[in-house]
Design a protein around this ligand. Structure first.
Ligand SMILES: Cc1cc2nc3c(=O)[nH]c(=O)nc-3n(C[C@H](O)[C@H](O)[C@H](O)COP(=O)(O)OP(=O)(O)OC[C@H]3O[C@@H](n4cnc5c(N)ncnc54)[C@H](O)[C@@H]3O)c2cc1C
Length: 383
């Protein structure tokens, strides 16, 4: 008999899970609280783990159609010195599509796979027997319920209990700006100045993605519209970019979430609801994708859902904890290092980032091969 899964939240994690479960023969319904499907954000870094997931579910081509292939990610300090250089290539990819492209590709593919998408469907709770309850009084029972309602998850609290939510000391602002002739088009450049950061990302032929982060207590740093004068003071060499800043409509706190557990009975929790992390490595969604892929494989192979969920969590926790810890550490070094010791920070990062240990640790999640992935026989080279 066909097994069923109810998924709460049509963000990136919920949609990847929906695609994979439907592909493996499950009857899938996804509930989104908003009245229409929309994605906030500018661009998104997709590493090998995320790209392989997209290949597995058949959403790769349309998700990355307009994406820039990135050859290098650099961190530079206030004096312009390169502290870290992480290269990418066809075997170790980093592509940067607009979020809207990725989201639309996941929706289109979910529809093709027969996923039922219900909007204006607001979940208020779940129980271990696999029942989800909604604001309008409706209840849905399934073999499995997946909670994917984001970092500020309301549903998680009804059963799984957050063990730790750290609102962080930084805020982030994202926007797309017009691409200009002469802009670098294959290198991500992350400029650091004390706890301030300006990240330049070539995104498509016509647009660049900018990410800014600032200490949360700096009111001017989180001002919308963006205080160009302030950002020019912090990053004078990026003046030409800063003059093009306009579109940003909001700022976000860069939060960290850790849950006591990711499952109970027939309920599993994935994505930011389970393990939100600050976007320092650009790996949070990529990590959610590999967890969703593993979840689908393990549950499909088993008839005992609670036992399979236990196995899934045991297998996926360590890599997730690793990525989350590195992301946290990275943000800590950026945001909390004493200003008087900036050159020591530069020296240390510059030395450590050249070691094999650093490369392997930073990229463990990014290079992870998702469960169930089979390499395509042919792929158009992006490099
Ligand atoms: C500034 C920034 C930059 C980032 N950059 C990257 C990057 O480059 N690469 C990367 O891998 N990750 C990145 N991330 C992280 C990535 O965006 C998240 O990990 C990912 O979007 C989380 O997806 P999600 O589906 O788990 O949660 P969400 O995107 O929060 O989706 C949750 C969905 O559930 C819905 N929902 C909420 N409550 C309910 C309810 N009660 N009932 C029904 N539906 C509900 C919401 O409306 C939403 O659609 C970044 C994050 C930030 C903040």
């Amino acid at each position: 008999m066909q097994r069923s899964v109810e998924i709460i939240g049509a963000g990136l994690s919920g949609l990847v899970a929906a695609n994979r479960f439907a592909q493996l023969g499950w009857k899938v319904r996804i509930h989104e609280r908003n009245s229409e499907l929309r994605m906030f954000g500018a661009g998104i870094w997709l590493w090998e783990s995320g790209l392989k997931t997209l290949e597995a579910i058949g959403a790769y081509d349309s998700a990355v159609e307009n994406a820039r292939a990135i050859a290098e990610w650099q961190i530079r300090d206030g004096k312009g010195r390169i502290l870290m250089s992480r290269t990418a290539n066809e075997q170790d990819r980093l592509l940067l599509p607009p979020r809207a492209d990725l989201y639309q590709a996941l929706i289109d593919q979910a529809i093709k796979h027969g996923v039922e998408i219900e909007t204006s469907s607001v979940a208020i709770g779940v129980t271990p027997d696999g029942t989800a309850t909604f604001e309008d009084g409706k209840q849905c029972k399934a073999d499995l319920v997946i909670v994917a309602d984001g970092a500020y998850s309301r549903v998680r609290e009804s059963i799984l209990g957050t063990s730790w939510m750290d609102f962080g000391s930084q805020v982030g602002i994202r926007m797309l700006i017009d691409h200009k002739e002469g802009d670098i088009d294959d290198t991500l450049i992350e400029y650091w100045n004390g706890p301030w950061r300006l990240l330049y990302n070539p995104c498509t032929d016509g647009q660049n993605y900018i990410f800014l982060s600032a200490p949360v207590n700096e009111e001017r740093g989180r001002k919308i519209p963006i205080d160009q004068k302030l950002w020019m003071e912090q990053f004078p060499h990026a003046e030409d970019l800063i003059r093009r800043f306009q579109e940003a409509g909001r700022w976000d706190r860069l939060v960290n979430v850790r849950c006591r557990k990711w499952h109970e009975g027939r309920v599993a929790i994935i994505g930011d609801a389970a393990h939100a992390m600050p976007p320092n490595l650009g790996q949070a969604a990529n990590t959610a994708f590999i967890n969703a892929m593993a979840l689908a494989t393990i549950i499909t192979e088993s008839t005992d859902v609670p036992l399979a969920l236990q196995r899934w969590e045991t297998e996926q926790r360590s890599i997730t904890n690793h990525v989350q810890w590195w992301s946290y550490l990275y943000g800590f070094v950026l945001g909390n290092w004493p200003r008087s010791l900036q050159s020591l920070r530069s020296d240390l990062i510059s030395a450590i980032s050249k070691t094999e240990w650093f490369d392997e640790s930073l990229n463990l999640g990014a290079r992870h091969v998702p469960s169930g992935y089979v390499a395509p026989t042919h792929r158009i080279s992006r490099y």
